[in-house]
Design a protein. Structure first.
Length: 134
């Protein structure tokens, strides 16, 4: 039970840090179009299908307080619409799903979870400082 409580606390802290980084802790949860993402990844993976179904801008946008990219959500089991991904409950559930997958893939290395969540070393450095309370 103690291990579970520690893990639950760690997950809550990771998720809170991501929410702080992505939306100023829930202040700015609007959809963000990522044109550079579209240019770089628009023709790979699931993106062509999402572009056809929802349009370029929706397919290359991040949603909600956790700023989950639509394609990342789909790669992690989501099958709804961009509007559904904006729902606070769905958005948080997808963030939990992604963090859980990353946490175990990177052998509980929290800095690497942050790095993969956003793709930026600078983001991971800032997030890790927040996570550690510095």
């Amino acid at each position: 039970l103690l291990v579970f409580n520690q893990l639950q606390f760690q997950y809550k802290t990771i998720l809170h840090t991501i929410k702080v980084m992505e939306s100023s802790d829930g202040v700015n949860c609007v959809r963000r179009y990522e044109p550079a993402f579209l240019k770089r990844y628009g023709d790979s993976g699931i993106m062509p299908e999402l572009r056809k179904k929802f349009g370029d801008e929706a397919a290359a946008s991040s949603y909600g307080c956790f700023q989950v990219l639509l394609c990342t959500a789909y790669e992690n089991g989501f099958s709804g619409t961009p509007e559904e991904l904006e729902s606070p409950l769905v958005n948080e559930w997808m963030a939990i799903t992604i963090v859980d997958k990353l946490y175990y893939h990177y052998e509980k290395d929290v800095w690497r979870v942050f790095k993969k969540y956003n793709g930026s070393t600078a983001y991971a450095d800032r997030a890790y400082k927040i996570y550690k309370g510095r």
